[in-house]
Design a protein around this ligand. Structure first.
Ligand SMILES: [Fe+2]
Ligand SMILES: [Fe+2]
Length: 328
């Protein structure tokens, strides 16, 4: 019998004709949104939801008799939503700093425990969010792993070029797909149509995002980060992580995130929501490699540097699943 009952009914259930009619018909299409409508929704979506396990770990730590800035930062570092909101907060409170804050630990230090506690108190939980909206569950924990895995590998890629001096590379990898969280939070019906409904034309989720919402997660994420005054480097990464050759600034960072994202997807670590396979070739020949190691500078050297960076990355990749298992 065709499974036609939505939700988590875990008993066998034979639908009546009427029920079959209501469940088998194609769901009503969601309206394509104009850019202004999207911007309005983003304005009212300042509180990006975070993952329940991280939220409770953080609450527990904040209520403990003793805690250190580094411990608080360590937990926030596992959560793209909290990280984005923390950086937004610190950069608006300390507006006008010569260089914007993009280090998580520095942000925690500047804001102090009271403000962090407040931030956590008003943070919605992404799993509740979807339950309220009555939408089919999305594997958010796996998605969080995709984000953290990309962050860890972005740092590895960058360190093949230079010793990282701050945290911007990690943060960039962590929040590169923030547009998908924004989509789920600000336009849940569109998110549902892109990621849950089958048989609706194209298989590529980015194309579906453009067809159904009118904007893909890269553009949406960049718009969100820009509207919330996050550092430009992060906006550029969100915008161009699938096409780093189009970035005008922060090219190395954008390229590193593209490579890291492709590698975690290729390895099947976590889920980005895009289940299209990424072949070894896709990763090996990603456009970002030539941006990081331009061929025209010194062809021989650039090839050997690329080879070394790829070998190091593959080694880090082996340790990644074990690291991630303990984090979310
Ligand atoms: Fe993406
Ligand atoms: Fe991604």
């Amino acid at each position: 019998m065709k499974k036609s009952v939505p939700g988590n009914l875990n008993f066998h259930f034979r639908p009546t004709i009427e029920q079959r009619m209501t469940t088998d018909v194609a769901p009503a299409p969601v309206p394509l949104l104009a850019r202004e409508q999207i911007e309005t929704r983003l304005k009212y979506c300042s509180r990006l939801p975070s993952l329940s396990t991280i939220n409770s770990a953080l609450r527990e730590l904040l209520n403990a008799d003793q805690r250190y800035t580094s411990q608080v930062a360590e937990i926030i570092r596992r959560d793209p939503s909290l990280t984005a909101r923390l950086l937004r907060l610190v950069n608006s409170v300390y507006y006008g700093l010569a260089t914007p804050v993009n280090s998580i630990e520095e942000a925690v230090f500047y804001l102090g425990v009271r403000q962090i506690r407040q931030l956590v108190m008003v943070t919605p939980i992404i799993e509740d969010f979807q339950k309220l909206a009555g939408k089919a569950p999305f594997p958010w924990r796996d998605f969080w792993q995709h984000c953290i895995g990309t962050a860890i590998l972005t740092r590895e890629v960058i360190s093949a070029l230079r010793a990282p001096t701050d945290e911007v590379d990690y943060v960039a990898g962590l929040i590169h797909d923030v547009g998908k969280i924004v989509l789920a939070a600000a336009c849940p019906e569109h998110f549902d149509a892109v990621y849950h409904r089958n048989g609706s034309g194209t298989r590529n989720p980015m194309e579906r995002e453009r067809q159904i919402l009118g904007m893909d997660h890269a553009e949406l994420g960049a718009l969100y980060l820009k509207n919330h005054h996050l550092p430009d480097a992060l906006v550029d990464v969100a915008r161009f992580h699938h096409e780093p050759q189009r970035a005008a600034h922060h090219v190395h960072l954008v390229a590193a995130v593209q490579i890291a994202d492709l590698l975690v997807r290729h390895a099947g670590i976590g889920t980005s929501g895009n289940s299209e396979p990424v072949s070894d070739d896709d990763w090996f020949n990603a456009s970002g490699w030539d941006l990081l190691f331009p061929h025209h500078h010194d062809p021989e050297n650039s090839e050997s540097e690329k080879a070394l960076a790829r070998a190091n990355l593959k080694r880090s990749l082996d340790r990644l699943p074990t690291i991630l298992e303990g984090l979310v």
